[in-house]
Design a protein around this ligand. Sequence first.
Ligand SMILES: [Zn+2]
Ligand SMILES: [Zn+2]
Length: 239
Amino acid sequence: MQNLLLDIIFPQHCCSICRKPGRFGTKSPWCKQCTEGMQELKQSSPICDKCGKYINGPNSFCADCSSEEPIFHIARAVGPYNDSFRIAIKVLKFLGRRFLSVRMGQMMAETVLAEQRFWPLDLIIPVPASKGHLEQRGFNQTELLANQIAKKIKVKMAADILKRVKETPSQRELSKPEREKNLLCAFEVCDSRRISGKNILLVDDVYTTGSTSKECTRTLLEAGAAKVSVITWATGCGF
Ligand SMILES: [Zn+2]
Ligand SMILES: [Zn+2]
């Protein structure tokens, strides 16, 4: 958390997304135009009723959810994985600008508060980072986001229950079936008593094929969770 403190003490001198000069900080890390751009992007097209992905056309489910309904209750994101939403998560993740997690986590919390189907919730669990990513970056951005969501919605967060037990190669270059196979049994619940009968909010940064969310959900449900819903910062579009 040291970096976060430093960012509060030393305010930012440009917008974290478009780099426009000005006074910015932890509470408002990007400019008015970027904020408005995000609002527009959020409403750019309808979303899948189940997984929250941005879809084209009149269907209420995306192609993926139509062919196989995911086992999580619902998944939602703040916006599509495009433009400002894409830049914001990359700046947090790859440039290590941890202070961004404060505003981003708040926006994720607002999305959860606005969707009644998330409620009631008992526990927040972040998707664990791979060992390689943790060593590389020194932090798990998903845990930072989950921590902020927990503060805002006043639900307990536990980052020590769901563990990654299999180191998987990067998902980025893999096809959907390859991703699913790659992730199979990649997670484990350490203490199933702590999630038994609980309604869980799973937190991840980006929802693309949903493979990670689905595998974490499967692991949590098998360990006795009652229900798992998913919140991410951004989600795929055009499916
Ligand atoms: Zn900007
Ligand atoms: Zn869907």
